[in-house]
Ligand binder design. Structure first.
Ligand code: SAM
Length: 237
């Protein structure tokens, strides 16, 4: 994978302060995005000068509202945002990068290996098709409108878990527009919060949707039927 050394963008002071001892790894990630990320079309070349502020730092600060040791699923990770940025900063988290496109999962697997991130793994697939994945926190940036995203994310969450959707300045109006959809999905409370104040400018706007109910599990008789399709006829005794 090309390192992007020729397009290297020096980390700003804010990155030095935020990443601390992890700065060399974050720096390697920035180089990968500027190199292979641009060459393979995962990041636009015009993003390179603003890789740190607009992408890596903007995403990494979400860690502020992720509990210690949480299982995190990053839906539509793309080039690893926010999943890899958060995984670098928080080795206590178990991060799954969920991405359907092969080209992107190849990049993500190479990046995770090169950056030596044992707490980050890559799963290829669409969020709405996941049967086994469960999480304490789901993150997503620039993947889908809030109502649709919540429809994919909420079934993956444990009770008390939260979807953290990184949104721009339209976050409040997007949340209002999605309230009816949210109320149909699963009992939840939603708010808009700003994270990274004083660390990144502008601060990152997050719509947080916290689930307050257990995951609906089909009753055993229903699940047997669902698994087998038609109801099995027993031999008559
Ligand atoms: C615009 S990109 C954003 C990538 C990254 N999150 C970022 O902020 O740079 C949207 C990503 O969502 C992925 N995606 C689209 N539909 C998806 C789905 N149903 N489940 C999971 N990922 C999906 C796409 O393949 C793409 O990588």
């Amino acid at each position: 994978m090309t390192s992007g050394a020729d397009r290297r963008v020096a980390p700003p002071e804010s990155a030095v302060a935020l990443f601390g001892d992890s700065l060399p790894v974050a720096n390697r990630f920035a180089d990968l995005l500027a190199g292979a990320g641009v060459e393979r079309g995962l990041i636009g070349p015009r993003e390179v000068p603003r890789l740190w502020e607009r992408h890596i730092l903007n995403c990494a600060v979400v860690e502020e509202i992720i509990p210690t040791g949480a299982k995190v699923v990053d839906i539509g990770s793309g080039a690893g945002l926010p999943g890899i940025a958060v995984g670098i900063l928080r080795p206590d988290l178990e991060v799954t990068l969920l991405e359907p496109l092969l080209r992107r999962t190849v990049f993500l697997r190479e990046a995770v290996e090169l950056l030596e991130l044992p707490n980050v793994r890559v799963v290829r697939g669409r969020a709405e098709e996941q049967k086994e994945l469960r999480a304490d926190v789901v993150t997503a940036r620039a993947v889908a409108p809030l109502g649709r995203l919540a429809g994919w994310a909420l079934p993956l969450l444990h009770k008390g878990g939260a979807l953290l959707a990184l949104k721009g300045e339209q976050a409040e109006s997007e949340l209002e527009a999605a309230r009816a959809d949210l109320s149909k999905l699963r009992a939840s409370v939603a708010d808009v919060i700003r994270v990274g104040e004083g660390k990144v400018d502008p601060a990152t706007t997050v719509v947080r949707v916290t689930v307050t109910s257990e995951i609906d599990r089909p009753a055993p008789s229903q699940s047997r039927r669902a698994a087998g399709g038609r109801k099995k006829r027993g031999r008559k005794r």
